[in-house]
Write a protein that binds this ligand. Structure first.
Ligand code: HEM
Length: 499
């Protein structure tokens, strides 16, 4: 008996030692691989922290990339999150193109960029991969057809009428006001009305409404979790106060969605002709979509997509509109050009019509430059499922590769004076690689909602400049910070003067 125990014990110990040696060799190999000419390490490697001791947040690693690009012209940077989790940061369009054109999946394993969203968004379009993603992307594409988007313009108008009235009150007497929070409520209002035709009086009630509060807190906590690696394992997260809060809100949102889906399914079954009488919302399209076999989406799939639209469609657009308003205030000559165009296109009308949207060419340039300067989604990530050659380096399987969108948009090798806000750069002839400018990503996993988002932004900004002259607040200069979306560390303050 003792002999058996000794043999088993020795075998187990040998396996452990063999595994540890294997791991050490693998890490040694990876450290060597990620420490060569074409792939600059973020800095000095610490045996425990890796490179984490070099920066407290994503902003600092973005700055490290800028410095390394300037000093070494590198196109890739390697970062070790402690001693066991290497990341490759891609900083050049030609390298980004290879990753974005591939069908490599999103990194949703533990610690991966999309992991914190899983228990809320499930396997919705943003996170799913492979055959499921292909089928659902095909089924959902008609939801973004121009005929479906057209009636939403009136929803944007009505949402931003409320927004402007609130703003007019808040800024009366020349007061400075923080707008990022209110823009976020307006874009969530839009998404709820367009996805499930739910008017939750979001802007009137704000976070007092439980659904609004839940969606906002879920977005916030998912982003916070990424920055707190000790909350990565589910069991630790769900024991923590923010984990318990996440779970409570996710349950509320899921129960709410399921009720809305059940009721809509029943109402469509009872009265299918209703679809011919009113405009379609996303939920109608999700419930009536059928694949080649005639199979539709299950209730759970519909729920995942609704939650994905609400998350992906409101925070991103809020960031984009928020920074655009800031840029209008900061660059008065650009504001004037936009205003003159809006005045010409709308004449005396307040509401923006579908046909006006194509006429806003100057406003389009302005929005483009804003999304370059303050990229709403600063980075996205993939994980390799096969070896991938980038800049002559063979990146092994199972490596997280992050496309640094904000860095691409400010890379001096690509952009002339990138820190200058100049809308005309998009009107000039240029041989720039299309992958230099990817606010909506590019390739097969590009943003399905980009036309929706651009239309909403145009309505919001046109209505704003038509009614007000937007002025900066010199005592509150906004400081961008890269989270899942680009926010401002200290809010976005502006003043308004009625025209
Ligand atoms: C200014 C606003 C927006 C920006 C900057 C933006 C940006 C992006 C980016 C960068 C991606 C790629 C994400 C990744 O690879 O992980 C993406 C994907 C996606 N976006 Fe947007 N987005 C915006 C608005 C919207 C809106 C309004 C909706 C929905 C109505 C939406 C729905 C989606 C979905 C479903 C995906 C996943 C697509 C797929 O993988 O097939 N987005 N978006």
């Amino acid at each position: 008996m003792d002999l058996y125990l000794i043999i088993i014990g020795t075998l187990l110990a040998a396996i452990c030692i063999w595994k540890v040696i294997g791991m050490v060799n693998r890490y040694k190999g990876l450290i060597k691989l990620y420490n060569q000419k074409n792939i600059q390490p973020a800095g000095k490697f610490h045996p425990f922290w890796g490179h984490l001791h070099l920066g407290a947040d994503f902003d600092e690693f973005t700055n490290i990339c800028f410095k390394l690009i300037e000093q070494t012209k590198t196109r890739m940077v390697s970062i070790w999150m402690m001693f066991f989790f290497p990341l490759i940061l891609v900083c050049h369009p030609e390298t980004a193109k290879i990753v974005l054109k591939s069908s490599e999946p999103k990194s949703k394993r533990m610690g991966g960029a999309y992991f914190p969203l899983l228990d809320w968004l499930g396997d919705g379009l943003l996170i799913s991969d492979g055959k499921k993603w292909e089928r659902n992307r095909r089924l959902l594409t008609p939801a973004f057809h121009f005929d479906v988007l057209k009636p939403y313009v009136q929803i944007y108008n009505s949402v931003f009428s409320i927004f402007l009235d609130k703003l007019e009150k808040a800024t009366s007497g020349g007061k400075s006001v923080e707008i990022y929070e209110s823009v976020g409520l307006a874009t969530l209002d839009t998404m709820l009305r367009c996805s499930v035709s739910y008017d939750a009086k979001v802007q009137e009630q704000g976070s007092n409404h439980p659904y609004v509060d839940a969606v906002r807190r879920l977005s916030y906590i998912s982003q916070e979790r990424l920055l707190r690696p000790w909350l990565t394992p589910d069991f630790l997260f769900y024991l923590s106060p923010i984990g318990r809060e996440f779970s409570k809100h996710a349950k509320y949102v899921h129960d709410f969605d399921e009720k809305v889906i059940r009721e809509r399914r029943k109402s469509l079954a009872d009265n299918p002709s209703v679809l011919e009488k009113r405009h379609l919302d996303f939920l109608d399209i999700l419930l009536t979509a059928r694949d080649e076999q005639g199979t539709g989406l299950t209730d759970r799939e519909v729920r995942d997509e609704v939650d994905t639209f609400l998350f992906e469609g409101h925070d991103t657009t809020a960031s984009s509109i928020g920074w655009a308003i800031y840029a209008l205030a900061k660059y008065p000559e650009e504001q004037q050009k936009v205003y003159e165009e809006v005045k010409r296109v709308l004449g005396g009308r307040e509401n923006v019509e579908w046909s006006d949207i194509q006429e806003f060419t100057r406003l389009s340039l302005f929005i483009k430059e804003t999304m370059r300067m303050y990229s709403p989604v600063p980075a996205i990530a993939r994980v390799t499922t096969r070896e991938m050659e980038l800049e002559g380096v063979v990146i092994p399987v199972n490596t997280e590769v992050t496309i640094m969108i904000q860095v691409l948009h400010h890379n001096e090798e690509i952009w002339n004076k990138p820190e200058e806000f100049r809308t005309d750069r998009f009107a000039e002839e240029s041989k720039r690689d299309p992958y230099s400018y990817v606010p909506f990503s590019a390739g097969p996993r590009n943003c399905i909602g980009q036309h929706f988002a651009l239309n909403e932004q145009k309505v919001a900004l046109a209505r704003l400049v038509q009614r007000f002259r937007i002025l900066p607040d010199p005592n509150n200069v906004a400081v961008p910070t890269n989270a899942v979306v680009t926010r401002s560390k200290n809010g976005i303050y502006i003043k308004l003067e009625k025209r």
